[in-house]
Design a binder for this molecule. Sequence first.
Ligand SMILES: Cc1ncc(COP(=O)(O)O)c(C=O)c1O
Length: 462
Amino acid sequence: MTTFDQLQSNPQVDSSIQDLLGQLADHSQKLTGIRPPNPELTEEYQATLDDFASLRGGKLFFPYLASGLGNGPLVELADGSVKYDYTCGIGVHLFGHSHPAIAKASLQAALEDVVMQGNIQQNLNSYKLTQKLTALSQKNGAPISHCFLSSSGVMAGENALKLALQKNSPASRVLAFERCFAGRTLAFSQINDKAAFRQGLPEILNVDYIPFYDEADPEGSTQRALDTLTQHLQRHPGQYAAMFFELIQGEGGYYPGTTAFHRALMECCREHQIAVLVDEVQTFARTHEPFAFQHYKLDDLVDIIWIGKAAQVCATLFTKNYAPKPGLIAQTYTASTSTVASALAILDELESAPYFGEDGKIAQLHNHFKAGLEDIAQRHPDLLSGPWGLGAMTGCTALDGKPETVMPFLHDLYKNGVMAFVAGQKPTRLRFLLPIGALTPEHITDSLKVLENTLIAHRVSS
Ligand SMILES: Cc1ncc(COP(=O)(O)O)c(C=O)c1O
């Protein structure tokens, strides 16, 4: 036993942590539903928001500053209001707010000697997390053998791209799907298929696009994607290092692909020694399997994958063929001690209950949410269409799907106590990143009533 083990297993330490968790639960349980702002706090809240906007050089997307307390899908803001959160930090808070297991892990982590861990100095938990993620990725036979922790989704993606470019050098072009989103670094701004995300930036990477799967035309769209891939390969023979796969398009508008579609393209990449890169930053822990590549049964075809968001810690996982040469990958910060501990707590939670599978908790909550949206769509076909998406990525189109209509609606929905987000451009869809680790059917019913009433109010006002 190390001296730190003695500290951790000290009964007084444990009982102090239990006391704190008890206090947290007592306060958290006071948040029972949507609550309007406290008028006494409103003025100061607005002044703080204005000052924050000025300091950061632009307004926040939502006038959202949280107090620090929540209760599952409910979050308290610093103006005293309480809202349902289906934005979840754009997919980070899979277990909602103030989750006891995550709070416990963070309290324990606060006793460790350092806040941040990095390349040359890591604590034992970073090893445990690396081992656990690698094992999870291998569970259905994927030949993944390495895992490198990282500080953001896009950094994990940059590491993936570098591994592919180094291995397949001098090939340097990459392929990606139309409408894809990959992150915000200079290199990745070239991959995102959205002009506004790279306006004014120099081109530093050659990217060619493949049309994504169309559920209205499964065979035709698969053939069109394959034909486009073939044309690119003929135009630039031997020059492609990697193809990016976002198996369910997130930012692009919640469009899932299929096994047959992804498999056909991946097999073609394999034939041409093009690395198959799978961006699981948004999809990790949101489908019927821990990884979306497992959901789509693509285990035999993946070379490099990376995760972020729900996992709290980001990571690049890869096969031995793509192991880097010394010097290619290193980071001062790989993750903070509390995020590593929280990531382990989340993986334990995901293992301890039947979240995955056709009848798992993720599928059940998705079906409940989907049925509620379908019900609204049936009764108000002019106000809502869809739903789309899969698992804890559920979307629909509100009103006419035009950004100028959807944005004011989204902000009114926020005012009325439900935070959702947008995805895609034509149409602009509403997206709900379900906090499946904390959500109940009752929460969903309650939230969908607010959604319906806000839709109706927008019909009246338009
Ligand atoms: C599919 C996908 N890849 C990468 C990223 C970038 O992750 P991060 O913002 O943590 O860098 C995101 C973020 O939204 C994403 O949805």
